[in-house]
Design a binder for this molecule. Sequence first.
Ligand code: FES
Length: 152
Amino acid sequence: MSQVTEYSEKVIDHFMNPRNMGEIENASGVGTVGNAKCGDIMRMYLDVDDNGIITDCKFKTFGCGAAVATSSMATEMVIGKTIQEAMKVTNKAVAEALDGLPKEKLHCSLLAEEAIHAALWDYAKSHNIEIEGLEEPVNDIDETEKFYEMEK
Ligand code: FES
C-alpha cells in the first residue's frame, strides 16, 4: 500500500507527545502568529533570565500536526539558549531537527520561527532592548515574502 504521508518518526512523535505545551504565566515575552491561508495559529511564551538565557518556553498551537510538531521541537531547541542562539532556530533548523517535513508542510516550520521571533520582539520591547537581526513580526506570515529555505 502506498504511503499517504512522508512524515518522519520524529514529526509523529512530537505530534503525538508534544513537549512544553501550555502557557507561562507572566512570561517575559509572548508572541502569536498565524497563517491566514491555512488558518493555523501559534503562540509562544518565553521566560528569559537576567543573563539573557531562555529558561522556559511553552506553546499553544491551533493548527495542523506539523505545526504542533514544529512548535514542540522549537521549544526544545530554544530552552537553555541565549537570545542570539535562539535567533538561529530558523524554520530550516526546526525542519531539519525533525528529520524533514513534506514540502507542503514547510510553511508550518516558518510559523514556529516567526512565533519565537514575535515572543522575542515582545520581550525586547518590554525591556527596552534591541535584538540584533530581529525584525518586527507580522501577524499573518502568509503576507511575508519569505520563501522556504529548505527543499525536500
Ligand atoms: Fe498551515 Fe500547518 S497547514 S501551519
